[in-house]
Structure formats: C-alpha cells, structure tokens
Design a protein around this ligand. Structure first.
Ligand SMILES: Nc1nc2c(c(=O)[nH]1)N[C@H]1C(S)=C(S)[C@@H](COP(=O)(O)O)O[C@H]1N2
Ligand SMILES: [Mo]
Length: 256
C-alpha cells in the first residue's frame, strides 16, 4: 500500500549515510514524522539497527487483496498451549480473559475481549514470513497498540514494550515472550489482533489475542498474549535477549 519511502528520499538518506553521524539522526527524525520518536532514535541505538531504519524507515508493510488470503494460516510453534492458566480460560471460552497493560505507565489498565472488540480497529491483509522459509497471507483485525499504550499513558523512562504469553514452548516452566521498541510499538500496522480472516483467532494461531507487528519476522509475532508491559530495558526478562527465540540466538530486531 502506501510506501512513504520515495526514491528521492532514499537518495537523500544515502547522502546522509555517506555523511556524518549527525546526518544520520537528521534523516531519522525526518522519516519518523513525529517528534515523540526523536529521543528514542537519538539514544544509543546500535548502528546496524539505525542503518536498517534508515533504509526501510517507518514505512508500511505491503498489504494484499482479499483474494490473496491463504486458505489456511499455517500454525507454527505452540499450537495448543497446555499451561494451567491458559486451560482455565479456554474452559470458559475466554470470558475471563483480561489483557493487562502495565509497567512504566501512568495508569495500569485491563481489557476484556469484548472491550477490545468494541474499540476502533485496524484491518490489514499481510504476509507472515517465518525464518523456516515459508509465508502465509492472512487478514487481521485488531486494536492499534498505540491506542492501548496511550490510554495507559507512557511514562518518560519507557523504551520497550514486552509481550508476555501464556504458552510454555520448551516445556520447562518458562513462557514465550517478545519485545519491541517504542518506534515499532507506534507503527500503524502494529495491532493487538483479535480476528483472523473474519473469525476469532483460532487457538492454533494465538487465541484470544496475538500481536501483528508487520515489519517483523514470524517469531516476533507473539501469540497468546496476556500482558503488555512497558519497560526501560528488556535485559531482566527471560534470559535477557528480548524474546524466546532471541534467547536461543535469534536477532532481536528481526526486521523485514
Ligand atoms: N506465544 C507464542 N508466539 C509465537 C510462537 C510461539 O511458539 N508461541 N511462535 C512464533 C513463530 S516462530 C511463528 S512463525 C509464528 C507462527 O504464528 P502462527 O502459528 O499463527 O502461524 O508465531 C510466533 N509467535
Ligand atoms: Mo517462525
């Protein structure tokens, strides 16, 4: 769909890249289109991430026509969580589910599934790319993450959003988790999805709620999300690398 990244701008950024560090930040600021990101970008972001952002900016992932939707959205990883807290919710068709928004926020909030479904939503038909080498196209509906974290009120020290999930993929008592920075959290295609291809998300694909962060690879699309936590750093979660697969050596940025 809209690609805000015009060739002229690409050339301009290349010029900035060839220039000095100060030029890099100027380019990022221009790209973000919002002053709220300036402090995020101006901080000590590793150079490779900064360059990746320079080249891809905050543009939208491609969106597709409904006729392109894959007949089956191939499930992967956890497909039927068996943790007690998840089984308790499936027993009651998720009526007791509450999505928590907490951490570095002014006001912690929680949302029932009905509350989420009643909120202004974004729909997007996008391609999911797993690092195992397959892709599927699906149509998602969900609440922009920006809406939820703005309702809770992001505190100044917050830099990351950490997603906590119900499933124990490696069956060792840990839980799947993921994290992104605030720039990706405010991306327009970052949504808390509750609907896949016109129906509630099936258990295999992350019921009742999973993230769609469309500029990211498959492992950065957490399913079975129960808590969205604003944090200053991700080092204290899991094994400290920012996500379940990152803790096994995958790249944290995971951009596409
Ligand atoms: N909670 C949770 N989220 C997860 C996973 C998982 O095992 N548990 N697997 C990840 C991987 S590697 C992929 S490719 C996608 C798969 O999503 P799908 O099952 O809807 O295809 O979910 C991602 N999110
Ligand atoms: Mo994946």
């Amino acid at each position: 769909m809209t690609d805000g990244f015009k060739p002229s701008r690409r050339l301009l950024l290349r010029g900035a890249l060839a220039g000095a560090g100060v030029g890099l930040l100027t380019g990022c600021d221009a790209l973000s289109g919002s002053e709220r990101f300036v402090s995020v970008l101006a901080s000590a972001e590793p150079l490779n991430e900064r360059v990746q952002r320079m080249l891809t900016g905050n543009r939208l992932a491609q969106e597709y026509h409904p006729s392109m939707i894959s007949p089956v959205f191939r499930p992967n990883g956890s497909i039927n969580p068996q943790t007690p807290e998840y089984l308790a919710l499936t027993a009651n068709a998720f009526r007791d589910y509450r999505l928590q928004v907490r951490g570095l926020v002014e006001k912690p909030l929680e949302f029932s599934l009905d509350a989420l479904r009643a909120m202004p939503a974004r729909s997007q038909i996008t391609r999911h790319d797993c690092v195992e080498g397959w892709s599927v196209i699906g149509g998602w509906v969900g609440v922009p993450l920006a809406t939820l974290i703005d309702l809770a009120g992001v505190l100044p020290g917050a830099r990351y959003v950490v997603f906590h999930c119900f499933d124990d993929l490696s069956n060792n008592g840990t839980r799947y988790y993921e994290s992104i920075d605030l720039l990706d959290a405010y991306h327009p295609q970052t949504i808390v999805a509750h609907t896949l291809n016109g129906a509630p998300i099936p258990i295999a694909n992350g019921a009742p709620v999973r993230m769609r962060i469309e500029r990211k690879l498959g492992y950065k699309q957490p399913k079975y999300v129960h808590t969205i936590e604003l944090a200053d750093a991700y080092a204290r979660f899991g094994a400290g690398k920012g996500g379940y697969w990152e803790d096994q050596g995958y790249d944290w940025y995971g951009g596409i």
